[in-house]
Design a protein around this ligand. Structure first.
Ligand code: COA
Length: 439
């Protein structure tokens, strides 16, 4: 088999590839930094030829006319597994909607409802055996490739070559678009003093030899700085981040004590800066595996001392977390928050941690003013989606301390959560709790 000839026969330009898209097609696009920018940035150019094309995607990084410009509304509709700033902005146009799901079931559940006929994604260049690597994500991409009628891949030499479920053969690709853009990066924000205090509180709960998962958001990322004096940590996470590279380089992550895939850092996607992308490139210590396996709570639980560290937008006094919406307004997604928290509880000596700032500074509707509110509340905002049930939160951490909720009654939870709320709000929380008869 002359794989170079096979490769060449599949290469076409982006304009030609877009001619393959028809009305009523169901397209699934790869996630976050693995999204195919060449194709997505030109998708709107076929708007006059198509109607009702569905694009299902997750955490899109780029700005694309096909969904941002309402004039293309009859041609394209986007369903998102995880909202990003660009989708949040477009939501008001009425051409995007959210798909509720646990991350590990996102691909398989979507197939039940809507089988994709087209998959579009990215990969690092082909090796001498005819394999390409899906690079930064295997969250649902592999499942979709196995089910789509047409598989279109942008091959980009800047994409890191990763191992695990990312490897697919050239024969499984129908068309290749050659691309050469920089891999999208997620800016890493320097931790604030408050982040460091929360990080130190979390570090008290992470024992040497633990395997950790870090969620998306400012706090989980900041935590890594406070884990620098730990020993033999392991990684089994949905998202691989820059902070994990620092921990590895400092000798903190060895994976030696992992009870599932010892020595390997396991993730289902990677999102960060070029530091992370360089680290995972051609690195057999990193395994990017299918999200339906990595995030399966049963699989997660096979790691002894598994610690899940996630964050939330709002938590009520019984421990229910609204992490993906502000009232009715979809902000992000469930992602793997529940997967990983439940997985950590399945694990011998595991812990599920929710860390949050005690307050948020929010815009006052209709003005430029901002006001400080408590993120620990008597009841969640009207319409808020419960991302994590109160049954699945072991520890809640703020800059005021740690509330251990495992095994506690509602009355005890109320008391403990108020003790880590911002002092300015504690009296009011107590009064409200009494009124609700949960105190
Ligand atoms: N009410 C209203 N607004 C609030 C709020 C509340 N209770 N809490 C926070 N906000 C606002 C903030 O002020 C901020 O607004 P701004 O952008 O105007 O400054 C915004 O919401 C984001 O808050 P922030 O704390 O900066 O969020 P983050 O980037 O750290 O992300 C989550 C936090 C919870 C949104 C994110 O972790 C998430 O989506 N989690 C669910 C999925 C998940 O955990 N997956 C885990 C596996 S990866």
């Amino acid at each position: 088999m002359d794989i170079k000839r096979i490769y060449k026969s599949k290469v076409i330009n982006v304009e030609k590839v877009l001619e393959k898209i028809n009305s009523h097609d169901n397209i699934v696009s790869a996630l976050a930094a693995a999204e195919p920018k060449e194709i997505l940035s030109k998708l709107h150019t076929i708007a006059k030829n198509v109607e009702n094309v569905n694009v299902t995607t997750c955490l899109p990084m780029g700005s694309y006319d096909y969904f941002e410009n309402p004039k293309y509304k009859n041609s394209f509709f986007m369903d998102g597994w995880f909202y990003s700033p660009t989708i949040r902005k477009a939501h008001k146009n009425g051409n995007v909607s959210f798909i509720p799901n646990h991350l590990h079931l996102s691909g398989t559940k979507r197939l039940f409802h809507r089988k994709p006929n087209v998959f579009i994604g990215t990969a690092a260049p082909m090796d001498k055996h005819g394999n390409v690597s899906l690079s930064l994500s295997a969250t649902y991409e592999r499942t979709m490739i196995e089910n789509a009628d047409l598989v279109i891949i942008e091959i980009n030499p800047n994409m890191p070559r990763t191992f695990g479920d990312t490897i697919i053969h050239i024969n499984d690709i129908d068309y290749i678009v050659e691309a050469d853009y920089k891999v999208p990066e997620l800016t890493v924000v320097e931790p604030t003093q408050k982040d460091r205090i929360i990080g130190k509180n979390i570090a008290k709960l992470v024992e040497d030899g633990s395997t950790i998962q870090l969620g998306i958001g400012g706090i989980p990322n900041a935590v890594t700085r406070e884990l620098m004096d730990k020993k033999d940590l392991g990684i089994h996470t949905e998202m691989m981040t820059d902070g994990m590279v620092d921990l590895y380089n400092a000798g903190v992550i060895t994976g030696k004590k992992k009870t599932l895939m010892p020595g390997k850092m396991v993730a289902t996607f990677a999102l960060g800066t070029n530091k992370l992308y360089d680290f995972i490139d051609d690195n057999p210590a990193v395994m990017i595996m299918n999200g339906n396996w990595v995030n399966d709570p049963y699989i997660i639980g096979k790691n002894k001392k598994m610690v899940s560290i996630n964050t939330t937008l709002q938590i009520d006094l019984t421990g229910q977390c609204a992490s993906e919406s502000i009232g009715h307004k979809q902000f992000s997604g469930t992602g793997g928050q529940a997967d990983t928290a439940i997985g950590a509880q399945n694990s011998p000596e595991g812990k599920s941690i929710i860390a949050l700032y005690s307050t948020a500074k929010i815009r006052v509707a209709g003005s430029d003013e901002r006001k400080v509110i408590s993120k620990i509340v008597p009841r969640l905002d009207y319409g808020a989606a419960v991302t994590l049930s109160r049954n699945d939160v072991d520890y809640v951490v703020t800059e005021y301390g740690i509330a251990s909720l495992r095994g506690t009654s509602v009355k005890e939870r109320v008391k403990r959560l108020i003790s880590i709320a911002h002092p300015d709000f504690r009296d009011n929380l107590e009064n409200e709790a009494k009124e609700l008869m949960i105190w």
